[in-house]
Design a protein around this ligand. Structure first.
Ligand SMILES: [Zn+2]
Length: 479
């Protein structure tokens, strides 16, 4: 029997605010243990939380980016559970009235755009971290992460493959990064996700029982975890077994998931309204500010490059995920709207190479959209060859001189004079008489070799398409 895989994701993203969500401790990663905490985030009795306004602003930004409706009044709730890294014995989160809900995100993939539903986005505080170390027996608690602000983005169970889940994760990460609300450092745990997976017989409408995998902290880990879990469930079902709802831990090193506990329900957490915090009111001013500051998001830009500019998927995604390259590409398109692909070629080859070599941003390497378009036009008019164009760009990086100056100085103008080309072609053919026989006996791809030899002889300045015609004519008439 064939099965459908059904996937939903809960993404936890740490927000890059200056301070924590309920106290004025610095929100910073990698400091000495227990130096970035205070009585409030350490959960001392008698302390009171104060909500950081920035957290609400960032969450509303994300809500708008994911097309959610924003609840103008929302509240915070206590989620009660015990763990040594949670000194208060509860986490302040949002239960029945989250800040944002009922949204969606468009996720571009090579074979089309997916629309993935976003159930809700709520704010909450992070817990501390347990430190295990060979230097001591047992575990110690580091409270630096207690009270770091998080948003949790809960998707609808709309994904049907690990590839879709990965594309969704990448899109969410790019949006967070483009909004500047999270540093998105996966290796520091800034983005973590819980993955819900179930399977059902192909075509069946009713979803199967789902299992949740906790704390997956890399995109590749998510792909492996989903594929592993789907295979595990399909094996159980095809052997006549039943899936039990449970929470599992994904072990990236072992490439397996392990039973953590039978799945807890919301009621197990005894949620109740947080009595120490006021209702959150999202004002018109905040909504207006967020709308004013909104710019084109990377996923929407990618779709525009695919659908409007006709770029191949790989080109479009490489440019759209980089703000600098996108701005440069768009500025070039403004001057020369019909040349998307050739502009993209230059950006992704020679310009990207320069960016990688220098470690600088595209705006700092000394090339402007005007220069690139000038160069593209000179190549198009056959004033210079593509090879010479690359040399001009390189010289421009070094000297900042105009394309015209560089071409004149280096004598790069393409030879389009028929007599001159004829002379070069004859010389090449005279030196390759044996190959001309092969060519005449059917090895017609040798023509490319002859053109290459002529290009070499002309130091890259010969006009290759003219040379190709001249060579073919010469061989059939004179050899
Ligand atoms: Zn604190």
């Amino acid at each position: 029997m064939e099965y459908d895989i059904v996937i939903g994701l809960e993404i936890h993203a740490e927000l890059s605010t200056e301070t924590k969500i309920y106290c004025s401790c610095q929100n910073v990663f990698g400091k000495e243990v227990n130096t970035k905490c205070c009585p409030i985030c350490a959960g001392m009795p008698g302390t009171l939380p104060t909500l950081n306004k920035k957290v609400v602003e960032y969450a509303v930004k994300m809500g708008k980016a994911l097309n959610c409706s924003i609840n103008r009044l929302s509240k915070q709730d206590r989620k009660n559970y015990y763990y040594p890294d949670l000194p208060k014995g509860y986490q302040i989160s949002q239960f029945d009235i989250p800040l944002c809900e009922n949204g969606y995100v468009l996720v571009p993939m090579p074979d089309g755009v997916r629309k993935i539903g976003v159930t809700r986005i709520h704010i909450e505080e992070d817990a501390g971290k347990l430190v295990h170390n060979d230097a001591f027996v047992g575990s110690l608690v580091d409270m630096n992460r207690c009270g770091v602000p998080l948003i949790e983005i809960v998707s609808e169970p709309d994904m049907r493959s690990s590839a879709e889940a990965k594309a969704y994760l990448e899109t969410i990460k790019q949006i967070l990064s483009s909004l500047g609300i999270s540093d998105c450092k996966m290796e520091e745990g800034s983005i973590r996700c819980d993955i819900n997976v179930s399977v059902k017989p192909k075509g069946e409408e009713k979803f199967g029982t789902r299992c949740e995998m906790k704390n997956v902290n890399s995109f590749l880990g998510a792909v492996h975890a989903i594929d592993y879990e789907a295979a595990r469930q399909i094996k159980i079902l095809s052997e006549g077994g039943v899936i039990t709802q449970e929470t599992r831990r994904w072990d990236d090193h072992k490439g397996e998931s392990f039973l953590l506990r039978s799945k807890e329900d919301a009621q197990d957490y005894r949620y109740f309204p947080e009595p120490d915090l006021r209702t959150i009111e999202v004002t018109d001013d905040l909504i207006n500010k967020v709308e004013r500051e909104a710019k084109e998001l990377p996923n929407i830009r990618l779709i525009r490059y695919l659908e409007k500019e006709g770029l191949p998927f790989d080109d479009a995604s490489l440019i759209s995920e980089n703000e600098g390259k996108s701005a440069f590409f768009d500025a070039c398109l403004k001057i020369k709207p019909t040349h998307a692909k050739v502009i993209s070629n230059w950006i992704l080859s020679d310009i990207s190479k320069r960016i990688n070599e220098t470690g600088k941003d595209i705006s700092e390497i000394g090339v402007t959209p005007e220069f690139l378009i000038d160069l593209i036009e000179r190549v198009e008019k056959k004033e210079i060859s593509v090879t010479a164009g690359k040399e001009v760009l390189l010289a421009h990086f070094e000297t900042g001189k105009s394309a015209g100056e560089i071409i004149a100085e280096k004598g790069l103008s393409q030879i389009s004079n028929e007599d001159e080309l004829l002379k070069i072609a004859k010389e090449v053919l005279d030196n390759n008489l044996k190959l001309i026989d092969d060519y005449k006996n059917g090895k017609t791809n040798l023509l490319g070799f002859f053109v290459g030899q002529c290009m070499k002889a002309s130091k890259g300045k010969g006009n290759p398409s003219m040379l190709s015609g001249i060579l073919a004519k010469l061989i059939s008439e004179n050899y």
